[in-house]
Ligand binder design. Structure first.
Ligand code: GDP
Ligand code: FE
Ligand code: FE
Ligand code: FE
Length: 193
């Protein structure tokens, strides 16, 4: 085994210990899909595979862990007004660095941005994890096949597709929408206008 494969296996064990089997399997599929998108887009596939593996590491933590971490890591106190859907990326990145010892800033940023996306300056690795989370082979929503085809042709078009559809979905269901979700959408809508 290469040193990287050994690291990946060690991290897999730590991720699986934090998650239900269903969510752990999702993380493995995101890791695989991120590797594929990395190959298509000239990104280091090992870096993408590791980022995909850890992206939902914090998803099942109790609210009190996130609230304590927001203080401990001096994050924006407004985060306390949100919920696990938002925390597990932004706050989860700090937990991943602290608890898994992953220090690669590109991986930590990709985790931070994987729920809300970011503007057009979003790093390629972050686009890859954002799309792998949406398109992994276990995902089955109307349009997923089209979304996969668009993303294979253009990663950027895929990012915009997801932002557009997620925003519509959240609004249709009357969910509260995090401001960054709007600003990410607006930036890409302007870009492609
Ligand atoms: P998951 O962790 O694999 O389920 O995927 P994500 O991290 O991308 O998203 C987590 C959840 O947050 C999903 O149910 C999204 O629809 C939801 N979500 C994404 N953006 C927002 C937002 O701006 N506000 C709220 N309330 N939920 C959001
Ligand atoms: Fe997530
Ligand atoms: Fe996502
Ligand atoms: Fe996910």
């Amino acid at each position: 085994m290469t040193a990287f494969e050994e690291e990946l296996h060690a991290v897999e064990k730590k991720v699986s210990a934090q998650l239900s089997d269903g969510r752990f399997q999702h993380c493995l599929r995101v890791s695989d899909y991120a590797r594929k998108l990395a190959q298509e887009n000239g990104v280091d596939e090992n870096q993408a595979a590791l980022a995909g593996l850890v992206h939902d590491y914090a998803k099942e933590r109790p609210a009190e862990d996130f609230l304590a971490a927001i203080d401990r890591f001096h994050l924006d106190p407004d985060l306390k007004n949100w919920s696990r859907a938002i925390w597990h990326g932004v706050v989860g990145a700090e937990m991943i660095q602290d608890e898994l010892g992953i220090d690669d800033p590109a991986i930590l940023d990709a985790v931070r941005l994987h729920t809300t996306g970011d503007g057009v300056e979003m790093p390629t690795l972050a686009k890859i994890v954002f799309m792998a989370d949406y398109l992994e082979t276990g995902r089955d929503f109307p349009g997923v096949k089209e979304a996969r085809e668009i993303t294979d042709k253009s990663l950027d078009r895929g990012v915009f597709y997801q932002l557009q559809h997620t925003l519509s979905f959240l609004a249709e269901n009357g969910n509260v929408i995090y401001p960054k979700t709007f600003t990410s959408y607006n930036d890409w809508a302007r870009h492609f206008a």
